[in-house]
Write a protein that binds this ligand. Structure first.
Ligand code: S3P
Length: 439
């Protein structure tokens, strides 16, 4: 099957209700917590994507039995110290920064060296940001060229709790340190710049000895040693980051309407909704309810032909960090100049996404001013594309691929987009759901 996809037409008006697969951050966390539980955990609607399968394959190598079928996933946890560490073990995180970084927190007591490898994209990403704090607990690391994969970690049987200041707003760094703290006698204290709080909510739901105090500009998290985790039966809500492709597709259409059911609308994840509302997009959350600590809602979006520019406050960045490529497309159609700043972390993702955002906008004829951490977008409400656009060599970044598809279907033009397989990282049914809007 060809790995290239061609679009020549905009999508016609639709009025639909859709379901989106399970949340990726929650799926990986459920898999990790369940692997350390005492007994069998069962999940429904677990995201069946490569990032989650990478986590499952790695846990199998650590001696954990996992059964996956179309309806559910069962994990046979062997207790909080139940990983089977052995010599010469290599775990492949493939494309998953979340799994690659989070698992390190649970390896700080390994008596042997464990090697972590990843694909081309993950192998250019910074792992020193987690290796540094975990070294303070007593773990030993060897990193490639000092910062990247492949790395080896060897744990310690004399871990010491640490005080750690997380300054990037990285949930991956915060969670990794929390997990190491759970393995360590004594109190680990984390001062964390605001970021997604799924790990904290999981811990609270499980009744683990963790205290979180939300301050105005940071969170104070105290973690004590965990002895036992009970099994977790979980039905995963849908992923707001995957839903966002359809939110933006609808927002940019003239008169379409879309409802997306059962989406995780955790307040640390809905930055895109806040930003788009400020830009004049009509989005409503309905049927809001709580499930095991997480907020869930149905999201309704209405297409709009009047989009306003935004001077985006940086405090909204972390809640929308995976959605900026899409937000840039909305800014491209806004009346006026939009400005997004303090986004240096965007270039640390699966590909340098701030640069890719500017590149795509340039290709579609939108003027931008780019620095290492900011972008100014000169919006054009009459934006229409009538030329050839080719998207390739983007490190197979799933979000670059899917954003390009949304641009093609929203603005027209003749698009050739390579590496269709990249959707398998986070959203294998993306094209199928897109097709269902045509019927
Ligand atoms: C994630 C945290 C974010 C996000 C990533 C998933 C998580 O990364 O970009 O897609 O599940 O913890 P950082 O923690 O590096 O910001």
């Amino acid at each position: 099957m060809s790995n290239l996809i061609i679009f020549k037409k905009k999508l016609k008006k639709y009025n639909k209700t859709i379901n989106i697969p399970g949340d990726k951050s929650l799926s990986i966390r459920w898999v990790l917590f369940s692997s350390l539980a005492s007994g069998i955990s069962k999940a429904q609607n677990l995201l069946m994507s490569e990032d989650v399968f990478s986590a499952i394959s790695a846990l199998k190598k650590l001696g954990i039995k996992v059964v996956v079928n179309k309806k559910f996933c069962k994990i046979y946890g062997k207790g909080f110290n139940g990983y089977k560490f052995k010599k010469n073990l290599t775990l492949n995180a493939r494309n998953s920064g979340t799994f690659g970084r989070l698992i390190l927190g649970f390896l700080v007591d390994s008596p042997f060296h464990i090697k972590i490898i990843g694909d081309k994209s993950l192998s250019r990403r910074d792992f020193k940001r987690v290796a540094d704090p975990l070294t303070k607990f007593g773990a030993k690391f060897k990193l490639n060229k000092n910062r990247t994969l492949p790395l080896t970690i060897k744990g310690s049987d004399n871990l010491k709790p640490i005080r750690y200041k997380e300054v990037r707003g990285s949930a991956q760094c915060k969670s990794s340190v929390m997990f190491a703290g759970m393995k360590t006698k004594g109190k680990t204290t984390i001062y964390a710049k605001k970021s997604r709080n799924h790990s904290e909510l999981f811990c609270k739901h499980l009744g683990l000895p963790i205290k979180v105090i939300n301050k105005k500009s940071y969170d104070l998290i105290e973690v004590n040693q965990v002895k036992k985790i009970k099994p977790i039966n979980y039905k995963l809500p849908s992923d707001i980051s995957s839903a966002s492709f359809f939110i933006v597709l609808t927002a940019l259409s003239n008169k379409s309407k879309l409802t997306i059911k059962n989406v995780n609308v955790n307040s640390t994840r809905v930055g895109i909704i806040t930003i788009l509302k400020r830009m004049g997009v009509k989005i409503y959350l309905k049927n809001k309810r709580k499930y095991k600590g997480e907020m869930i809602a149905d999201i309704s979006i209405y297409g709009s032909d009047k989009i306003k520019s935004i001077n985006c406050p940086s405090k909204l960045n972390s809640g929308a960090i995976d959605e900026f490529l899409l937000i840039f497309l909305v800014a491209a159609k806004a009346s006026g100049i939009s400005y997004f700043k303090d986004l240096e972390e965007l270039n640390q993702k699966e590909s340098p996404r701030l640069k890719w955002g500017a590149k795509i906008l340039k290709m579609i004829g939108v003027k931008t001013k780019l620095t290492n951490s900011s972008i100014k977008i000169y919006g054009n409400p009459d934006l229409k594309i009538d030329k050839k656009i080719i998207i390739k060599k983007f490190l197979k970044d799933h979000r670059v691929f899917m954003t390009s598809v949304i641009a093609a279907l929203s603005f027209g033009g003749n698009w050739k987009i390579h590496d269709k397989d990249s959707i398998n990282t986070s959203f294998p049914s993306f094209l199928k759901i897109l097709n269902s809007l045509k019927k």
